[in-house]
Design a protein around this ligand. Structure first.
Ligand SMILES: *Cc1c(COP(=O)(O)O)cnc(C)c1O
Length: 431
């Protein structure tokens, strides 16, 4: 019996499902979660002293790798001054000004404690600013677990959303309209029917939460035009992509400016932070300047701000995103060569340092095509990678992250493991 198995049984006695966030439970890959002891650079170590090359990166934040010495030292210095005051500190202005400098579409930004809080607050602001109630989201995009956003597509011809979880009132789910990602025609129809009721369209500009899918050429521009035409706000949820795909996020790469942007993950440098920002005219509707209420006891927490500031400063070093791209290209080449040599139905999808291998034939462009992936094949792949010492997100429908700490040796080992795992998939699926 491994210590992880024991700790999981113990955790289940006191925590629902033994975890504080469902994906950690490894259910989708029919396995037990691994309990982590510590991390260093690209590596994590479990309580049984196994070492893994990690591509989860705490689900996105750890772009520098684990336990970066400069971040840790900054945190230690702040720790000695105090962990929380609930009063303004200069650190909040420093991080806010860094976000405003990084992202052209943001004039002002409010710090919160998670990505969920950022998107919930951005929706309230969009509704308060426009005086409209309906929200449009894309099928398969994840924006945290707020009621309005934990909504699935209705069946048949209805576009009004249905609750994505027990506990979400139908009246709230019905205010969210769900459309396919990468499809402007369906969205245009929705606008024709509901245009003057739609407060905002929210999406992951590059998706990570149904696996990595890039926007089609002209898609984001089309969203910008449609929302402008109907007086709705465009919200880019860059909780995952912000400071990940480029320092200025997906909007820097695709040159489309949203009205509001939500951030999280990397701006917290591994501590709990979210943020939402945008045009001053809209952001000034937030209390105490305006009437849209939003608050937080620990918002702008000095330790969290310190981790964020230090992480962003380190990302500002020369060539950061070129280095990430080079590492990602090495993995892409290696994985694609393996897929080709083994003649396996799998698609490697990547944008910058985010990637997913979809086990299925053909290009993945939206939720429906992502869902056609073979999750049994993924489970075999995942478990074999784990045996080979490679720690991946435990679901087909997630993004893998490459960090600045991954070195050539890590990448080579990963490519070799990938070959063995794909071969095992092939052997099992053909049986
Ligand atoms: C992770 C994520 C969220 C939720 O952030 P939490 O900090 O987990 O609440 C929201 N949107 C996107 C795009 C995310 O990737």
């Amino acid at each position: 019996m491994s210590k992880s198995v024991d700790l999981f049984s113990e955790a289940k006695k006191f925590i629902p499902g033994g975890v504080n966030s469902p994906a950690r439970a490894f259910k989708a890959v029919n396995n037990n979660p691994i309990f982590i002891e510590r991390g260093k650079g690209s590596l994590i170590y479990d309580v049984d002293a196994n070492e893994y090359i990690d591509y989860v990166g705490s689900w996105g934040p750890m772009i520098l790798g684990y336990n970066d010495p400069i971040v840790i030292e900054a945190l230690q210095r702040q720790l000695m001054k105090g962990t929380s005051f609930g009063a303004p500190t200069e650190l909040e202005t420093t991080l806010a000004s860094m976000v405003v400098d990084a992202i052209d579409s943001i004039d002002k930004v409010r710090m919160v404690n998670s990505g969920t809080e950022a998107t919930m607050s951005a929706l309230r602001l969009a509704r308060g600013y426009t005086g409209r109630d309906k929200i449009v989201k894309m099928e398969g995009c994840y924006h945290g677990h707020g009621d309005s956003l934990l909504v699935e597509a209705g069946s048949g011809l209805t576009t009004l959303g249905i609750a994505g979880s027990p506990g979400i009132p139908d009246q709230i789910a019905n205010e969210t309209i769900v459309v396919p990602y990468n499809d402007l025609d369906i969205l245009e129809n929705v606008f024709k029917n509901y245009g003057d009721e739609i407060a905002a369209v929210i999406l992951e500009p590059v998706t990570g939460n149904m696996g990595v899918i890039a926007p089609k050429v002209g898609y984001l521009e089309g969203l910008r035009e449609l929302t402008d035409k109907y007086g709705s706000l465009l919200i880019f949820d860059e909780v995952m992509t912000g400071f990940r795909l480029a320092y200025g996020g997906a909007q820097e790469i695709y040159c489309v400016e949203p009205d509001l942007t939500t951030l999280g993950k990397i701006i917290g440098g591994g501590l709990p932070v979210g943020a939402y920002g945008g045009k001053a005219e809209i952001m000034d509707c937030v209390a105490p300047e305006g009437g849209v209420y939003q608050a937080g006891t620990l918002s702008g927490n000095p330790l969290a701000m310190t981790a964020g500031i230090t992480t962003l400063r380190l990302l500002q070093r020369a060539n950061t995103y070129d280095y990430l791209e080079q590492k990602a290209e090495i993995l892409e080449e290696g994985f694609k060569a393996n897929i080709k040599e083994l003649d396996i139905d799998a698609t490697f999808s990547r944008v910058g340092s985010m990637f997913t291998i979809f086990f299925g034939p053909g290009q993945v462009k939206d939720y429906k095509s992502a869902q056609s992936s073979n999750t049994d094949a993924f489970a075999i792949y995942f478990n074999r990678m784990l045996e080979e010492g490679i720690y991946l997100p435990p679901s087909q429908f997630e993004a893998n992250f490459i960090s600045l700490a991954h070195n050539d040796r890590d990448l080579d080992k990963t490519i070799v493991a990938n070959y063995k795992a794909l071969k095992e998939v092939k052997g099992n699926i053909l049986k």
